[in-house]
Design a protein around this ligand. Structure first.
Ligand SMILES: Cc1cc2nc3c(=O)[nH]c(=O)nc-3n(C[C@H](O)[C@H](O)[C@H](O)COP(=O)(O)OP(=O)(O)OC[C@H]3O[C@@H](n4cnc5c(N)ncnc54)[C@H](O)[C@@H]3O)c2cc1C
Length: 459
């Protein structure tokens, strides 16, 4: 979407290259074609990819045969299959980047490959690819998305083990054990939900064990009530600090409990303020929140479609899905075809298939991306104050290890967790994608005016 915004907004000749290692530009990991049963976890009304056209996704949906007759009031609240959202993004790519029309001054190209480094050059920089080819660029936008889950103690020895899946977004459904087997899912968040839903869809009848420290699955979306009492009038949530904010939230959650209402309403009321609150926290408060409160926050914040929630609940009610609240101490091979998961409460679960669905790794200094490792090593990017992502300025320009604004690097998306906290879902990302494009275009125009075609490379 950053590339799309560049071409939409450019008033000057511009060349955009979208470099992606998966090929199908727009789908990324979230909106791939792999499994049709996955639904968006945000209602259609809030999934426009364009911040200046809030109904863009709804209008696009109405052009599809299956939704053409669906009343708008109903379509707005639907949780659409993620594959279809991928179709939507692909159609935007096709419209704006592949056949942009005569009025657009920008041109675009797509390169399938893996970036491993970006180095300064005499003018601009050079993007190095794993196949040793090189792309020159004036600006580079890092948009590499979520990292795979962090390794677990012992998992390095399991890389080639047939019962170990280190990344839940890899294809694992072709490796299912027989129906009297056991599958252990490590984690109870959104990727664990995907795994349960797929196992149901495939009619797999064996036992599923899900493990996480707290054992909480995400909650379902619900229709809230009007609750004007929060935030209390005259209170600036961003100035409270973590502890005072937590006690205010606790107070209002119990007030809602007493009214027999869902306390998650408070999370919704916090949403418009989240980024400002996060920016107002000290570094210690950010670390404390991530350690102590984030898991609880996530179950209320990352809610899922009621129909998906019903499937997970169904599996729990029938006893197929058992949930274990414990930490994961170690994973190890149990012979050639099974994997043991030792829990910190002393129990051991043995799986014919064990899936690491503990969520994306969020420690930049431990990144497994060769690109980010190389950029970090040379100081071209630096960790933010809490090491959750890369350090940027307000306009998304990367701030390097020397504290200087990078002349050619910008960043967008999940790698900005330390800066924004909320930086994974479309409702936030669409603004970032536009902001990045504005920065690139502003900088380009200020420095160079209307000169020969500019080169811009997107990663
Ligand atoms: C499973 C899942 C479901 C989600 N569901 C929803 C939802 O329902 N609603 C919602 O609002 N949000 C959802 N999200 C969150 C959000 O929409 C995605 O995280 C978002 O797609 C992130 O976009 P991105 O472009 O930053 O990263 P991605 O979409 O992950 O794209 C990054 C791309 O860069 C490629 N790449 C990475 N490194 C390199 C490299 N070195 N060289 C070349 N290419 C590279 C990756 O392979 C990938 O194709 C979901 C996320 C996931 C993971």
């Amino acid at each position: 979407m950053s590339a799309v915004n560049l071409t939409r907004l450019s008033r000057h000749p511009l060349h955009v290259t979208v470099l992606d290692d998966r090929g199908s530009v727009g789908r990324g990991i979230a909106y791939g074609v792999r499994r049709p049963e996955y639904l968006l976890n945000v209602a259609a009304r809030n999934m426009s990819a364009l911040p200046d056209e809030p109904d863009h996704f709804l209008q696009w949906l109405h052009t599809r045969a299956e939704f053409e007759q669906t009343p708008d009031v109903e379509l707005r609240e639907r949780f659409i299959p993620r594959q279809i959202y991928g179709d939507y993004l692909r159609s935007i790519v096709a419209h704006h980047l592949q056949s942009p029309g005569e009025l657009t001054l920008a041109t675009a190209q797509f390169v399938t490959g893996t970036a491993v480094d970006v180095e300064p050059a005499r003018a601009g920089c050079l993007v190095h690819l794993a196949d040793r080819s090189v792309l020159p660029a004036d600006r580079v936008v890092l948009a590499t998305g979520n990292e795979p889950p962090a390794p677990l103690p012992g998992s390095a020895d399991l890389t080639d083990h047939p019962a170990w899946i280190g990344d839940p977004w890899d294809v694992w459904e072709t490796r299912l054990p027989p129906s009297d087997g056991d599958i252990v899912i490590l984690g109870t968040g959104l990727s664990a939900v995907d795994a349960v839903v797929t196992l149901r869809e495939l009619g797999w009848l064996g036992r599923i064990h899900a493990v996480s420290r707290h054992g909480w699955f995400p909650h379902a979306h619900f229709r809230g009530i009007d609750y004007p009492e929060f935030p209390p009038p005259g209170v600036d949530l961003a100035e409270l600090g973590l502890r005072e904010l937590q006690s205010l939230v606790a107070e209002h959650c119990s007030a809602l409990h007493e009214r027999n209402e869902n306390p998650a309403i408070i999370v919704d009321k916090l949403r418009p303020h989240t980024q400002r609150i996060w920016a107002g926290f000290t570094d210690d408060e950010k670390v404390a929140f991530a350690k102590e409160t984030a898991a609880r926050w996530n179950v209320f914040r990352h809610r899922i479609a009621p129909v998906i929630h019903a499937q997970v609940t169904g599996s729990r009610l029938t006893g197929q899905l058992g949930v274990h609240a414990a930490g994961i101490a170690r994973v190890s091979a149990a012979g050639r075809n099974r994997v043991d998961v030792e829990l910190d409460d002393g129990a051991t679960l043995t799986g014919d298939l064990v899936i690491n669905a503990t969520g994306p790794s969020t420690r930049l200094s431990a990144t497994r991306s060769a690109l980010l490792q190389n950029l970090l090593r040379r100081g071209a990017v630096a960790s933010d104050a809490v090491d959750m992502g890369v350090r940027i300025d307000a306009d998304h320009t990367v701030v390097d290890a020397a504290g200087e604004r990078s002349p050619w690097l910008l960043a967008v998306g999940p790698m900005l967790r330390g800066t924004y906290w909320e930086t994974v879902a479309v409702p936030e990302l669409r603004f970032q994608a536009r902001r990045v494009a504005e920065t690139v275009l502003g900088a380009t125009h200020d420095e160079r005016g209307e000169v020969a075609p500019q080169l811009e490379y997107m990663i």
